[in-house]
Design a protein around this ligand. Structure first.
Ligand SMILES: [Zn+2]
Ligand SMILES: [Zn+2]
Ligand SMILES: [Zn+2]
Length: 273
């Protein structure tokens, strides 16, 4: 499987769109892996994960093959994961496509409502409703949405994606996993080759009550629990993403993550496993 990160920031982007804090000022100067666009990824150039505001940037800067992609899994309706207005650009009036297969958006309720409201012709954009814990087939991949611990008004899910004995846990946006997710994992006993985790809160202290995102300490606890329960082992790749503007710069954060056997994702990073 090939997993490619196109965007690795939280909603505000890194540097923050309207931010001149010390970190953002530094990032605007040194750039490199510290520049982060809104979160998007793609598996095997086939299964697109989310459709954020920065999808266009990913096409022009990182060669995201959007005209050839026909399946998009949407985690939730926040604009940094679903910028539905850009889907209208797939209307026949403005596109020449060699392959005119519609783009299917796999969505929960709130996201489906947002996409239907733009009235893009069904010949170009189709929605398919998904539900937590109901596994579906997407172009030969087994896809299972799980409930995310995130703004409940957005009907959020995270995903397990499996094919040919390889398995990905796509865990953003979410805070610490809900009991029902742990129960599902206990029932199904998965093994993950690749784990993508929400580390928006960076080196912040772990909050008493789980929020809609995680910090490094929460990600480490999740990893330990996965290993303890056999869902992951030393061969499993753990990557942290959806970072915000006051997370440490890449080099520093990567050193910190490595102490716990994890890596920090960055835009345009491709991983094969
Ligand atoms: Zn987000
Ligand atoms: Zn800032
Ligand atoms: Zn969100």
């Amino acid at each position: 499987m090939k997993f490619k990160y196109y965007g690795t920031a939280s909603a505000i982007g890194v540097p923050g769109l309207f931010c001149d804090c010390e970190n953002c000022k530094k990032i605007k100067k040194i750039k490199g892996k510290n520049i982060r666009t809104r979160s998007q990824a793609c598996i095997d150039n086939k299964i697109l994960m989310d459709f954020p505001t920065d999808t266009y940037l990913h096409v022009v800067n990182y060669d995201l093959p959007l005209t050839k992609i026909h399946s998009c899994l949407v985690t939730h309706s926040h604009a940094d994961h679903l910028y539905e207005k850009d889907l209208l650009m797939r209307d026949e009036r403005w596109t020449f496509l060699e392959d005119t297969t519609p783009l299917t958006m796999y969505v929960t309720n709130v996201a489906e409502g947002k996409i239907n409201a733009i009235n893009c012709p069904q010949s170009r954009i189709v929605t398919k409703a998904i539900k937590p814990y109901e596994t579906i087939d997407v172009e030969g991949y087994k896809v299972t949405p799980l409930k995310a611990n995130h703004d409940s008004g957005t009907d959020p899910v995270i995903f397990i994606i499996e094919k040919d004995g390889k398995s990905v846990f796509y865990g953003n946006d979410t805070g610490r996993l809900e009991d029902e997710v742990w129960e599902y994992l206990a029932r199904t006993k998965p093994y993950f080759n690749f784990v993508n985790l929400d580390c928006t809160m960076g080196l912040n202290e772990k909050p008493d009550v789980a929020g809609g995102h995680m910090c490094l300490e929460e990600c480490v606890e999740l990893k330990d629990e996965f290993v303890k329960k056999g869902y992951a082992n030393d061969n499993t790749l753990f990557y942290l993403t959806h970072l915000t503007h006051d997370c440490p710069l890449y080099d520093e954060f990567q050193k910190e993550a490595e102490k716990y056997g994890m890596n920090v994702a960055y835009d345009n990073l491709e991983i094969e496993f």
